[in-house]
Design a protein around this ligand. Structure first.
Ligand SMILES: Cc1cc2nc3c(=O)[nH]c(=O)nc-3n(C[C@H](O)[C@H](O)[C@H](O)COP(=O)(O)OP(=O)(O)OC[C@H]3O[C@@H](n4cnc5c(N)ncnc54)[C@H](O)[C@@H]3O)c2cc1C
Length: 410
C-alpha cells in the first residue's frame, strides 16, 4: 500500500481517514475489506483499548448496524453483547405506555448493547486482519491540503500521506469540517447526559426501558448479566451538583428515578457526563472531502441512534466508493461523493428532527402536553401498523438500505 521506504517519501493510498473513533475505524475496515487501500489516523493510542479498562460507556447497536458488523467480520471479535428483546416507553408514572415486542417482527432482537471499549477492541482486531487498511496512531494531523488532483496529509510526526479522498471522521468538533469552511446548524440542550452502570438483583430479560421524567429521558439499557447502563438526562444547572454527590447520595438520587422493579440496585464503575447538543453540517462534502459520523451530525441520545447514523454513513459511503472504483471512476470526484450525500442527508436530518421533537415534547411536566403525549403513546401502542413501523425504525431497517446494512458485501 504505502511506500515508506525512502525517507521523507509520502505514503500513498486511495482514502485517508482522519479520526479512528468507532465510525472512522468501521469505515477503514469496510473499505479495506473491499480492496480500497485506506489509512486511518488517530491521535489516541490504540494500546489504551484494553478489555480490563471498564469505563461504563455502552452503545445500543441497531439490528441493521449489527448485520454490517457481521458482514465485515467485526462482530465475531465482540466478546460480549446483550440482545435488546423488548423496548418499553413510559411517561413518568403514567399507566399509559408503549411496548415493542421483537416477536411482532420475527425472531431477531431490536439490536445489541455493546460496551464501547469492546467494540473498539473488535474494530482494532478486524482492522489488523484487513490487508487493505491500516491505522497510524497515536498521531495527530498537522495539515491537510486538498486540490483537484488529490489530497496530501501531513502528520504531526512529519510523515506525509497522499490519497484521492480524505474523510473527516474526527468527531463533533471536526477540524476537517472547520478548515473546509463548512458551517453547522444546531443548538445546545439545557440538559446534561449522566451515564453510569447499575448492577441489580433481578434479571432485566433484555428489556430496554425509556422513561420520560420532567428533566428529560431516563433510559435503562440492558447489559450482560444483571447490569444495566443508564443514560440519565438531567437539567444542566442541576447536573454538576448531582455528579459531585458522594456514592451513597448519588445512589439514592439514581434509585429514586430507577425504581425498584429490578430489586436492589448498586451504581458500579465511574459516572460520565456529556453536554447534550444537536449539530448538523450544512453539507457533508467539499473538494475531495466527505464527512461521516459526529463530524457530520450529532443528536440527542434520547433514541440511542447517534452511532447508528454514523454506521449508516459508513455503509452508504463504502457502497458509493466501491461501485465507483469498479466502474473505473475516481472515488474522490464530486459526482461520486454527491451520491453519498444525497443518500444519507435526508435520513440524518429526519432522525435529528424526530429526536429533537421527542425531547422537547417529553422533557417537561406541563399537564395538557403530558395528557396529549400519553394518549399518543397509548394510540401508537394500540395501532399495529404504526407500532410495527416504529419498531422497524428502532431496528434500523427502514428506507433504502445500503447492502452492508442488509448483511451483504458490496
Ligand atoms: C450520553 C450518550 C449516549 C450515547 N448512546 C448511544 C447509543 O446507545 N447508540 C448510538 O448509536 N449512539 C449513541 N451515542 C452517540 C455516539 O456515542 C456517537 O455518535 C459516536 O461515538 C460518534 O463516533 P465518531 O467516531 O463519529 O466520533 P468520535 O467518537 O468523537 O471519534 C473521533 C475520533 O477522531 C480522533 N481525532 C479527532 N481529531 C483528530 C486529529 N486532528 N487528528 C487525529 N485524530 C483525531 C479522536 O481521537 C477520536 O478517536 C451516545 C452519545 C452520548 C453523548
Amino acid at each position: 500500500m504505502e511506500q515508506e521506504a525512502a525517507a521523507g517519501a509520502a505514503m500513498r493510498c486511495e482514502v485517508v481517514i482522519v479520526g479512528g473513533g468507532l465510525v472512522g475505524l468501521s469505515l477503514a475496515v469496510a473499505l479495506g475489506r473491499h480492496g480500497v487501500e485506506t489509512l486511518v489516523i488517530d491521535r489516541e493510542d490504540p494500546a489504551t483499548a484494553t478489555a480490563a479498562a471498564f469505563d461504563g460507556r455502552v452503545s445500543a447497536i441497531a439490528h441493521a448496524s449489527m448485520a454490517m458488523l457481521h458482514a465485515l467480520g467485526i462482530a465475531r471479535h465482540v466478546s460480549e453483547s446483550q440482545p435488546i428483546w423488548d423496548i418499553r416507553v413510559s411517561d413518568g408514572d403514567s399507566l399509559l405506555f408503549l411496548h415493542y415486542d421483537h416477536r411482532e417482527l420475527g425472531t431477531e432482537p431490536f439490536g445489541h448493547m455493546i460496551e464501547n471499549r469492546m467494540l473498539r477492541l473488535a474494530l482494532l482486531a478486524a482492522l489488523a486482519e484487513t490487508p487493505g487498511a491500516r491505522l497510524l496512531a497515536p498521531v495527530a494531523l498537522r495539515r491537510l491540503e486538498r486540490g483537484a488532483g488529490g489530497v496530501s496529509a501531513e502528520l504531526a510526526d512529519g510523515r506525509r500521506i497522499r490519497a484521492l479522498l480524505a474523510i473527516g471522521a474526527d468527531g463533533r468538533t471536526s477540524r476537517l469540517r472547520e478548515e473546509a469552511g463548512i458551517r453547522t446548524l444546531g443548538w445546545s440542550y439545557p440538559q446534561t447526559g449522566i451515564v453510569c452502570t447499575v448492577a441489580h438483583e433481578l434479571p432485566h430479560h433484555g428489556i430496554a426501558q425509556e422513561r420520560f421524567l420532567p428533566a428529560g429521558p431516563f433510559a435503562i439499557l440492558p447489559m450482560t448479566g444483571n447490569r444495566s447502563s443508564l443514560v440519565w438526562t438531567e437539567r444542566a444547572e442541576l447536573a454538576p451538583a448531582i455528579l459531585k454527590l458522594g456514592p451513597a447520595q448519588f445512589q439514592a438520587e439514581m434509585a429514586r428515578r430507577f425504581g425498584d422493579y429490578l430489586g436492589r440496585t448498586d451504581v458500579v464503575g465511574p459516572r460520565w457526563s456529556y453536554p447534550l447538543t444537536l449539530h448538523h453540517a450544512e453539507t457533508y462534502l467539499a473538494e475531495r472531502l466527505a464527512l461521516v459520523g459526529d463530524a457530520a451530525h450529532g443528536i440527542h441520545p434520547i433514541a440511542g441512534q447517534g452511532l447508528n447514523m454514523g454506521l449508516r454513513d459508513v455503509a452508504a459511503l463504502t457502497e458509493v466508493v466501491v461501485e465507483a472504483r469498479r466502474l473505473g471512476l475516481d472515488p474522490g470526484s464530486a459526482a461520486v461523493l454527491e451520491r453519498y450525500e444525497r443518500w444519507r442527508r435526508f435520513d440524518n436530518v429526519l432522525l435529528s428532527a424526530v429526536t429533537d421533537i421527542l425531547n422537547r415534547l417529553f422533557s417537561n411536566d406541563i399537564a395538557p402536553l403530558r395528557l396529549t403525549r400519553d394518549l399518543g403513546l397509548a394510540a401508537v401502542n394500540r395501532t399495529g401498523p404504526l407500532r410495527r413501523f416504529f419498531m422497524r425504525h428502532a431496528s434500523g431497517t427502514v428506507g433504502e438500505l445500503p447492502r452492508l446494512l442488509r448483511g451483504e458485501m458490496v
